[in-house]
Design a protein. Structure first.
Ligand SMILES: NC(=O)c1ccc[n+]([C@@H]2O[C@H](COP(=O)([O-])OP(=O)(O)OC[C@H]3O[C@@H](n4cnc5c(N)ncnc54)[C@H](O)[C@@H]3O)[C@@H](O)[C@H]2O)c1
Length: 449
């Protein structure tokens, strides 16, 4: 999991050499540290207007941070660097008004600090009042994805589409994209709809207090990190993994004050066993389908058992477990289901017809069930990791590994924590307006972009 290239790039001599041969210089990502109270610090430049329906929601969210908020770059002064540039584009009604993006960002884009955040907030084109507004709002995607490739220095750019009437749901996604929790997320489009109001005593530092979560594949890698982060945020976590992984599974569960459940999710009785466990716990609030495997071969050379195993673990088991838990009403009201897809499910990958199909199926699962589960006030979303530094990626041949690490806007691999933080964001009671979303955790990978 060591990134030798990044270590070299951190030294003065290394930087000089890499720069001279035009190689990328990755800026280390700032990640959330436990106990960090403000979701953003530093200077924020906010572009909004009096007639905006979200002005108040943005301002009240920013007022909960330690950031210094400016509404004019001139007032801030020429020397000031901005940790974030937040632009409210909801009042853009036609393509000629897109010039407002240029007018806001052009003078200040070079003043974005390392690990900075570009955030554009718009209205979903499908919810626009006029065809002209829909066209202009759709254009925001291209702007954000392009600026994400330009800003460098491990900065990110995101677009939040907030539906009309969902203004009170803006806080959770805005906090997430501004905070170090979204360190390896860039060029993503988050769609937010109406949701429930937050409980009055909600604690942003312990958002999952009193929640019960199930995480599959929790003995190591990304699953271990998901279990840790959900526990850090206050959840009681049931860590599930295969019996062969009993020892590391017990270690993880003990460390985070959770419980271990040894089970192969493809076993016929797995849904019933999970249901029995969750019944004892009073139902589950959060289900994270993380367990997944690869069995790579080009289709012409792929044995049938490779196909079946990958499909069974990565997709069919998730469907069977969800069906059972829904049938037995074991996902509590305001529950959350989060699935782990992959870039392969979006872009496809050589030698991964089985894996790519299973992970695209996971996206299908999320999009199909979002409206169905919405009737029960349950959300379902997916993360699609890119190159994440785990034992799996460490075992890749050197050249493929290096290509995977560098071919993204941040010129480095992500960490399991980056995926886990995005899952925790979807799992939060504050994210009730977010369902049917697929957020890539890939540093804006060039693959499938
Ligand atoms: N590492 C990456 O770069 C990357 C990229 C994209 C997607 N993903 C996805 O993220 C998830 C986690 O990946 P990882 O890199 O941590 O992998 P990993 O191999 O390190 O961990 C997977 C865990 O799932 C468990 N598991 C496998 N089959 C199981 C079964 N039948 N029942 C119960 N548990 C089972 C394994 O024992 C293991 O503990 C997977 O779904 C993977 O496809 C990973």
């Amino acid at each position: 999991m060591s990134d030798l290239y990044q270590t070299i790039a951190k030294s003065n001599v290394g930087r000089t050499i890499l720069k001279s041969v035009n190689l990328p210089l990755p800026v280390p990502l700032e990640r959330y540290q436990h106990g960090q109270t403000s979701f953003i610090t530093g200077n924020v430049l906010l572009g909004t207007t009096e007639d905006s329906r979200i002005k108040q929601a943005i301002e009240s969210t920013l007022s909960e941070s330690d950031a210094m908020v400016y509404t004019s770059a001139v007032t801030a002064g020429d020397e000031v660097k901005f940790k974030s540039l937040v632009f409210d584009a909801t009042t853009i009604n036609s393509s000629d008004e897109l010039i407002k993006l240029y007018e806001f960002f052009k003078p200040v884009i070079k003043r974005t600090a390392p690990n900075g955040r570009i955030v554009v907030i718009g209205t979903p084109p499908e919810g626009a009042d006029t065809p002209q507004q829909a066209v202009a709002q759709r254009a925001l995607e291209g702007f954000v994805r392009s600026i994400g490739k330009e800003v460098k220095k491990s900065c990110s750019a995101q677009l939040i589409y907030i539906s009309k009437g969902a203004e009170n749901q803006l806080t959770s996604p805005l906090r997430f994209v501004l905070s170090p929790k979204s360190a390896y997320v860039s060029a993503q489009i988050i769609r937010v709809n109406k949701g429930s109001a937050l409980p009055k005593e909600f604690d942003w530092n312990k958002p999952l207090k009193d929640k019960v979560a199930l995480v599959t594949g929790a003995a190591r890698g990304i699953g271990e990190s998901i279990a840790e982060v959900l526990a850090r945020d206050g959840a009681k976590v049931i860590c599930l993994d295969i019996p062969q992984a009993a020892q590391p599974l017990e270690t993880v569960a003990r460390r985070i004050g959770g419980e271990a459940l040894q089970l192969d999710i493809t076993a016929e009785n797995a849904p019933a066993e999970i249901a029995a466990k969750l019944k004892d716990m009073g139902g589950a609030d959060i289900i994270v389908h993380n367990a997944g495997v690869t069995r790579d071969k080009t289709l012409g050379n792929m044995p049938e058992h490779f196909w079946k195993m990958v499909m069974d673990i990565n997709l069919t088991s998730e469907e069977r477990i969800n069906d059972k838990l829904m049938e037995e009403k074991l996902i509590n009201k305001n529950g959350r289901i989060v699935c782990v897809s992959s870039m392969s499910g979006i872009a496809g990958n050589f030698g991964q017809t089985n894996y790519g199909a299973s992970k695209a199926g996971v996206i299908g699962l999320v999009q199909t069930y979002a409206p169905i589960l919405g009737k029960e006030k349950i959300t379902i979303n997916a993360v699609a990791p890119g190159f994440i530094e785990t034992k799996m990626t460490d075992a890749m041949p050197f050249t493929i590994r290096e290509a995977g690490r560098r071919m993204n806007s941040m010129s480095q691999g992500g960490r399991p924590q980056d995926v886990a933080e995005t899952i925790a964001f979807f799992s939060s009671p504050a994210s009730s307006g977010i369902t049917g979303n697929v957020v890539r955790v890939c540093g804006q990978s060039l693959i499938g972009a």
